[in-house]
Design a protein around this ligand. Structure first.
Ligand code: PLP
Length: 474
């Protein structure tokens, strides 16, 4: 019998119809620890970190992986990543605090951020980190002021707009001028003038560009690398000194719909490339144009931790509606927030009934708003409203649905799924924990990790009701 496409042999499997991670029965774990429950695999993170290093270091003698910690900044995970010899990218003084707590040295830390505060900059200069990626001319002037005030010299990398678009979801595009990120290429002469006249406060260490998250083909990476390399040489000539590094950002895609060829949003959830393809296509471009001595930095977040976790949630309730059976979970979008903001797809399974045939269900959360659903409420209602407003649209319903509905309407779960069963959302490792909210007085869940020796360890305790009042003046 063929293995189901969601399985990752040796990591995520089924045994006796139950979901297993690194040999640990997740259904038993959910019963012992309570749901909702997040479970990470240390082994998966370590293995991916090693493969990422191998992919880039084998193609360039001076390649550095800076893990983008916004994807997941839990301290125990950062320590694992540090122990694998990776560097780190942070986005605020808060993430910098976490990186230092996890043991990263200033020379291993890079700071991004579309609008850094004086506080962010003071932290990044005390002591100076490897590079502050400068997002605007205004920010450059602010860095100069803060550095002089601290009598420090900031290592900076200009973040330019490479003018490279991609087909990822709109909220994840960052490579062109229509987005809020980076310095326009036409602004570079002014930036270079400012750097030249503030040599006491700033040193240009590199050049940075990041085109977005979940980029599903190599072409945008190649175009960005080519453009950045050209700009890099121009900047060196204009400044009259050598830059140390070129940073091509992150955005390496993760397979969220394993086995699928098309997802409701094109190929976003079933990319045809992986990071090895990116390394294979981009590193020769940089080697050829800049030689082997210019350090190449990449900043993957999602791809490193995304497939290392599963969120387990119990079915609490059920209703029959005209379109079928609806299941009400004990976890809503407050624990998987991009399923709401970007209509992000996380594959769902009935974790305790994996051997059963499946049927369609509607899947919703427990929060008190209609958007708390694991389908696209907005998209579905927009199609209905268009058809009601102009009946001629009914003939184009299929086209409308394919453009406007960004998540599958139904989920295929074990046919007998009922309250008490456990639903697992796969690939829930990136952009989840750091965005938990306690809406409607719901306690944020326990997060655990199966260590490399196979033992379960809590890395974040479940909230108590007192935690709901944290920092509140009562
Ligand atoms: C500057 C920068 N680098 C790296 C990343 C990480 O992206 P991803 O998680 O898609 O690899 C981001 C996130 O969008 C980013 O803004």
């Amino acid at each position: 019998m063929n293995e189901p496409a969601w399985q990752i042999p040796g990591y995520l499997d089924s045994r006796d119809g139950r979901l297993i991670m690194d040999g640990v029965d997740l259904v038993a774990l959910a019963a012992a620890r309570q749901t909702p429950l997040y479970v990470y695999s240390a082994k998966r993170i370590v293995e991916t970190a090693r493969s990422l290093r191998q992919a880039f270091a084998s193609r360039h003698r001076s390649a550095t992986i800076c893990y983008a910690s916004k994807a997941l900044s839990a301290i125990k995970v950062l320590r694992l990543i540090r122990d694998e010899g990776l560097s780190i990218e942070v986005n605020s003084a808060g993430e910098l605090f976490r990186a230092k707590l996890a043991g990263f040295a200033p020379g291993q830390i890079i700071s991004n951020g579309v609008s850094k505060s004086v506080e962010d900059l003071r932290a990044a200069l005390s002591p100076p980190i490897k590079a502050i990626n400068v997002d605007s001319l205004f920010e450059l002037s602010r860095i100069i002021v803060v550095a002089r005030d601290l009598k420090a010299r900031a290592n900076i990398a200009l973040r330019v707009v490479p003018e490279v678009d991609s087909s990822t979801s709109p909220g994840n595009r960052t490579g062109s001028e229509g987005t809020k990120f980076g310095i326009r290429q036409s602004e570079l002469p002014v930036a270079l003038g400012m750097i030249r006249s503030a040599g006491d406060a700033v040193l240009a260490a590199g050049l940075h560009g990041h085109i977005g998250s979940q980029i599903t083909s190599t072409a945008p990476f190649e175009l960005a690398a080519t453009r950045l390399a050209e700009l890099f040489r121009g900047i060196q000539t204009a400044l009259g000194y050598r830059l140390e590094h070129i940073n091509i950002g992150g955005g390496f895609p993760l397979m969220y719909m394993r086995g699928a060829k098309h997802s409701p949003q094109g190929d976003i959830f079933c990319p045809r490339i992986d990071f090895d393809d990116i390394a294979k296509s981009v590193m020769p471009i940089l080697l050829e144009r800049l030689g082997p001595d210019v350090e190449v930095i990449v900043e993957p977040g999602r791809r490193l931790v995304g497939d290392s976790a599963v969120m387990l949630s119990a079915v609490e309730n059920t209703k029959e509606r005209s379109d079928g059976c609806w299941l009400y979970l004990d976890a809503g979008y407050n624990l998987l927030i991009e399923s709401y903001t970007y209509k992000w797809y996380y594959h769902a399974l009935t974790a305790n009934k994996l051997s059963e045939p499946t049927r369609d269900f509607r899947l919703v959360g427990p929060l008190c708003d209609n958007g708390d659903a694991f389908f696209d409420v907005d998209g579905e209602q927009t199609v209905e409203r268009l058809v009601a407003a102009a009946p001629a649209f009914a003939e184009q319903r299929e086209v409308l649905e394919s453009l406007l509905i960004r998540l599958p309407k139904m989920r295929q779960l074990a046919a007998s799924t009922v309250p008490g069963d456990i639903i697992a959302f796969l690939d829930a490792g990136a952009y989840t924990l750091d965005q938990f909210t306690a809406n409607n007085g719901r306690l944020r869940p326990e997060v655990g990790m199966i260590g490399t020796a196979g033992l379960y360890e809590i890395i974040r305790r479940r909230d108590t009701q007192t935690d709901l009042l944290f920092n509140e003046v009562v």
